[in-house]
Design a protein around this ligand. Structure first.
Ligand code: ADP
Ligand code: LRH
Length: 489
């Protein structure tokens, strides 16, 4: 029996999941789950990377205690954030979280040095203030010059386990520093940041065997013997690998967690001016693919409302409260940068509603309903945009990740997009991570077979669109809200 463990750490939580393949069916067992989130100190936002590493070790100890003595292991986390190492290989400082405000205004500054059109033509990556390009530009130049190596977060976690330094490609593409044609770091963009190519390790593809856990860690902790396999280390890349094949129908996906990543898998990038205008990205995928997608503000909105409400309600309860609240009462343009990291999300939502002349949501249920209605409407707008850009009509929308648990949001999405929604698997990211391990170790031939196994092994819930008599009126309101938001700057 082959045991495979996926370490999957999202912005809101992390887990170690054991995958077991038997008789063509894959089963999952969650070995360990832990919370994640950034903290704000002296005006800066940081991840607690040592805590996260400790949770990986704890999870592995639990696996050993449960009888797993030998396994393969893959790691994925959220994208774009980085760790600086000195010449001795030690971490030089705290790890900034991508919502840190030091990048405010940096996009405009960089645009004075290199045109956004050129950057997009080179990289195909959507402009997000937190792309590593902008984060590094905002970073102290002295500190960067002193860094021997710049690793991304999952690369660093692998490094802590086995000592090998890599830059894994699916995640590296989110830095906005890779050149699509050359499939390497772009020399002009590195020069702009005053960085040397040697400060980054060799680009590494998912599936590469990286080694084993160091003797020091093995001696110090009671860990299973692990062969470390390079996963698609960007969580969204793994999530897309974990999307089942929808029986020959043309589909798009939403990886629904802290972010809603709406897109399709492509064999060739689309880095045309129209794609740039619409701010779609071409992140590199495993096995030579591209994730052509857009970041939508996603469930971060409800995470913040829940946190500020003292975590009185679970996510399931918030969805129920939202279901009982009046629909389409107040809407927000969810992708407005004002929601990226406001001081107080509840107040930000209320002000946005008041400012656009709508009723102000008061209760948690009203706030949640405003968020879910607005997300579902934004999914429709961006799905239509996606169809135009790719020239491919979409018959069915596949929602994976934690958001697939949200019955209300899935049904609202089906109703508003007027197409079937297939929800699940919830753990598609861990599944995509495991798929790479199974392919590498030969128990599964390729990603197509892996997706077939995933589709057969997990319940996928279907949501059929229900008629929504007020839809036309709603779409007019939605368009106006966006036009006013753009006018208002
Ligand atoms: P990430 O990987 O970005 O941390 P996840 O994929 O774990 O995110 O998804 C977390 C989100 O899933 C939560 O913010 C929540 O909105 C949603 N979620 C999880 N469980 C439920 C549930 N039972 N009902 C409704 N929503 C849920
Ligand atoms: C989702 C995600 C997304 C990135 C963001 C930083 O967890 O990795 O794909 O854009 O976090």
């Amino acid at each position: 029996m082959n045991y495979h463990i996926a370490v999957d750490i999202g912005a809101s939580s992390g887990r170690l999941v054991l995958g077991t393949l038997a008789d063509g069916s894959l089963s999952l067992e969650e070995i360990h789950r832990f919370g994640n989130g950034f903290t704000e100190r002296d005006g800066s936002c940081y991840w607690d990377i040592d805590y996260l590493f400790g949770e990986i070790l704890l999870g592995l100890q639990k696996a050993k205690a449960a009888g797993i003595t030998k396994c393969t292991l893959g790691i994925d986390t959220w994208a774009v954030d980085y760790v600086l190492l000195d010449a001795e290989g030690n971490r030089m400082q705290e790890v900034y979280a991508y919502r840190d405000r030091r990048t405010d205004g940096v996009v405009e500054e960089v645009a004075k040095l290199i045109s956004p059109e050129t950057v997009y033509a080179k990289t195909g990556i959507q402009q997000l203030t937190f792309n590593t390009l902008y984060q590094l530009y905002a970073h102290s130049r002295e500190e960067l010059a002193a860094a021997d190596q710049i690793l991304l977060v999952p690369d660093y976690l692998y490094y802590r386990l086995c000592g090998r330094k890599i830059i894994e490609v699916t995640n590296a593409s989110t830095t906005q520093l890779l050149n699509l044609d050359e499939r390497e770091f772009d020399a002009d963009l590195l020069a702009l940041l005053h960085l040397k190519r040697e400060q980054f390790a060799a680009l590494t593809e998912p599936g590469e065997v990286l080694g084993t856990i160091s003797d020091t860690l093995m001696e110090q902790y009671d860990l299973p013997e692990c062969e470390l396999i390079c996963a698609a280390t960007h969580d969204t890349a793994s999530a897309v690998l974990g999307v089942p094949v929808p029986n020959g129908r043309s589909s798009a996906y939403i990886s629904s967690g802290t972010w809603s990543l709406l897109g399709v898998e492509l064999e060739r990038p689309i880095n045309t001016p129209a794609a740039k205008e619409a701010n779609y990205t071409n992140e590199w995928g495993a096995y030579g693919t591209y994730r052509f997608l857009k970041n939508i503000m996603g469930l971060w909105l409800i995470q913040e409302v829940r946190r500020l409400d003292g975590e009185r309600y679970s996510f399931g309860e918030l969805a129920e409260l939202a279901g009982a609240a009046e629909g389409f009462r107040s809407l927000i343009p969810c992708n407005d940068p004002r929601f990226l990291n406001p001081d107080n999300m509840i107040e930000e939502i209320r002000q946005a509603c008041a400012g656009s002349g709508q009723p102000v949501p008061q209760t948690p249920g009203e706030l949640a309903r405003c968020i879910f209605d607005s997300l579902a409407l934004s999914y429709r707008s961006y799905l239509e945009e996606l169809e135009q850009l790719t020239g491919r009509p979409v018959e069915v929308l596949q929602i994976v990740g934690g958001g697939a648990n949200n019955i209300l949001l899935c049904q609202l999405t089906a109703d508003i997009i007027g197409r079937e929604v297939l929800a699940g698997p919830v753990e598609s990211t861990a599944l995509g991570n495991l798929a790479v391990q199974m392919i590498q170790t030969g128990s599964v031939a390729d990603i197509h077979e892996a997706r077939g196994i995933i589709g057969q092994s997990f319940e996928i819930k279907s949501y059929t669109p229900r008629p929504l008599p007020e839809l036309d009126e709603l779409l007019v309101r939605w368009e106006k809200l966006h036009a006013d938001a753009v006018k208002g700057g």
